[in-house]
Ligand binder design. Structure first.
Ligand code: TXA
Ligand code: MG
Length: 379
């Protein structure tokens, strides 16, 4: 049985979260909204509760969890060091969609860190998340509230689809505004290393910090500029995201990056090249493709190809407007919901538009590439 509480994210009283907070304190599982995606929360200091998270999600136990806090005082017992660079980053970007990898204290269960010496910490900005943590009076360990492998949930409805009956409670606080998971930054070294791109972009970090690195990024530039032939493109694309492209490639620094992710039921294929080339590719495909297809495209692309779509309803094409190329945050925020929505349709493949890897575009392309499992659309 999953208990649901509906709360208006900007107009709720503390009382409305009392029961949910109490369940967390008792070691139960409660899903809740954050500004990025919904989290599946449990008391981070309760080993059995944390084990419950892995069971409910079907998550491999070697993939560590993010610990969510509501104020900086809660950080102190969780870490063995809070270096100046991390303090500065917290001042600039917390609360918000940023997770810092810090040296763990011995208070943090190995179930949370998957046995690593570091712990991932985030202070979310969502008012419901903050109040839930505050009222639970314990730090909350929370991965995204999806079954492992599926797109992360950006509405309570998505959480219901995946975890109904598998969790004790669900706080429904409406839609998540960022729509992609937090940026994970390793701040244990001399300069920040982005392990997972997200809402806080490399550009935003680079304004304040020198030598910001993106894990897996140097090979990207190399892979793209030295791309020898069409045939290797697929392989290059896999590498661009710091994913394990082949079994012998070195272990990713963020354990979660090696798993299949965000996959709807039908295979996703990414379009590549300039926007014009992508529009051209869709045009060609609409002229000859006969299978039911899903199209995840920008408003701009839709304008160019809509005259090619059959007018009758129940057409074999399922179009999802991803947002505008002029505003990649609008695309980011719809991505996971759009991917999920194809599961209720008979499409046998999903063709997705690509975007520039700048700003939020880097996180967007990271998730899209994973959803596609590196597949590229070729005629
Ligand atoms: O936006 C978010 O971050 C959401 C919301 C709920 O806060 N949470 C989320 O958690 O996306 P999850 O478990 O789906 O992703 C956590 C990521 C994984 O890639 C994991 O490997 C990485 O953070 N991670 C956790 N602890 C780590 C550590 N000590 N060192 C390196 N990576 C770590
Ligand atoms: Mg996740």
């Amino acid at each position: 049985e999953t208990k649901i509480w509906r709360v208006a994210p900007h107009n709720f009283s503390i009382d409305e979260l009392q029961e949910a907070a109490q369940l967390i304190r008792e070691g139960k599982l409660v899903a809740f909204p954050t500004e990025t995606v919904y989290g599946l929360g449990a008391n981070a200091l309760d080993v059995q509760a944390v084990q419950g998270i892995f069971r409910a999600k079907g998550r491999p136990s070697d993939n560590p969890l993010i610990v969510h806090i509501a104020s900086l005082d809660e950080l102190t017992p969780l870490v063995s060091d809070f270096p100046p660079m991390a303090q500065k980053m917290a001042k600039l970007f917390w609360p918000g969609p940023l997770t810092m990898i810090l040296p763990a204290s011995n208070q943090v269960p190995a179930e949370v860190t998957a046995g690593l010496s570091t712990v991932a910490i985030r202070m979310p900005s969502h008012p419901v998340a903050r109040e839930l943590i505050r009222s639970a009076q314990v730090p909350i360990a929370a991965p995204s509230a999806n079954r492992s492998g599926k797109p992360s949930p950006t509405t309570a409805g998505h959480v219901r689809q995946d975890l109904w009956g598998r969790v004790d409670g669900l706080v429904d606080g409406g839609e998540c505004t960022v729509g992609l998971e937090s940026t994970v930054v390793d701040v244990t070294g001399d300069h920040p290393v982005i392990l997972r791109p997200g809402g806080i972009t490399r550009e935003m970090l680079s304004i304040h910090f020198e030598g910001v690195e993106v894990d897996g990024e140097p090979s990207v530039t190399k892979a793209i500029s030295e791309r020898p032939s069409e045939a290797t493109t697929e392989h290059c694309l896999l590498e661009t995201n710091g994913e394990a492209a082949s079994p012998d490639s070195s272990a990713p620094r963020s354990p979660g990056m090696k798993y299949a992710h965000y996959a709807p039921k039908a295979p996703v294929y990414l379009l590549t090249g300039s926007w014009k080339e992508q529009v051209q590719a869709i045009t060609v495909l609409l002229e000859k493709e006969t299978d039911p297809l899903g199209l995840l495209i920008s408003a701009e692309t839709y304008e160019h190809i809509k005259h090619l779509l059959p007018q009758e309803c129940g057409s074999k094409y399922q179009v999802r407007l991803a947002g505008s190329r002029e505003d990649l945050r609008s695309v980011a925020y719809r991505l996971f919901g759009s991917l999920r929505s194809f599961d209720e349709t008979p499409v046998t493949a999903i063709i997705a538009e690509s975007y520039p890897r700048e700003g939020i575009g880097m996180a967007l392309m990271n998730r899209l590439t994973k959803a596609a499992g590196g597949r590229i659309w070729r005629e």
